[in-house]
Design a protein around this ligand. Structure first.
Ligand code: FES
Ligand code: FES
Length: 168
């Protein structure tokens, strides 16, 4: 007779991830994705769950300043890294990019908007004066089912123009 060994109660590893500027200790199984930690464990529901296969960009966050689909990132891959969600971006109130989305009608239902804002914020931090092709490339991983993209493009163009004005 085979002796059945109970699944060991291996301790769940504790990760330290800096989330929105705070070092956060998280007991996370190795199979858990960053998206689920953010939404389900930390209540950061501005990061949206949609396709969960890297196609829509609704779950976009910054990891060490770079846009990442949090549905594709395992939480353990973020150990020691810095994760910024839409809540972290707007801690001090609406950012300029958010304000531009608001003023230019860059959203309708708003489900894609946090991911769009994260992507545009990362793009402008990297290049304050992107070409049309750069904008299309940056936003190619963010899908919107509502707006037809016209308002989104106006919002991005306005954010670029404002940034130019401010930096002279
Ligand atoms: S939910 Fe992550 S890309 Fe769609
Ligand atoms: S505003 Fe509804 S999906 Fe983009």
């Amino acid at each position: 007779m085979i002796e059945r060994v109970p699944m060991s109660a291996d301790p769940i590893p504790t990760l330290i991830i800096n989330v929105n500027g705070k070092d956060t200790a998280l007991a996370v199984p190795p199979t858990k994705r960053l998206l689920h930690v953010l939404r389900d464990d930390l209540g950061l529901t501005g990061t949206k769950r949609s396709c969960e296969m890297g196609r829509c960009g609704a779950c976009m966050v910054l990891v060490d300043g770079k846009p990442v689909n949090s549905c594709l990132a395992m939480a353990y891959q973020c150990e020691g890294k810095s994760v910024t969600t839409i809540e972290g971006l707007s801690e001090g109130g609406l950012t300029q990019v958010q304000q531009c989305f608001l003023e230019e009608g860059g959203y309708q239902c708003g489900y894609c908007t946090p991911g769009m804002v994260v992507t545009v914020t990362a793009m402008l931090a990297h290049d304050p004066s992107p070409s049309d092709a750069d904008i299309e490339e940056a936003l190619s991983g963010n899908l919107c089912r509502c707006t037809g993209y016209g308002g989104i493009r106006r919002a991005v163009n306005k954010a670029i123009a404002l940034k130019k004005e401010q930096t002279g």
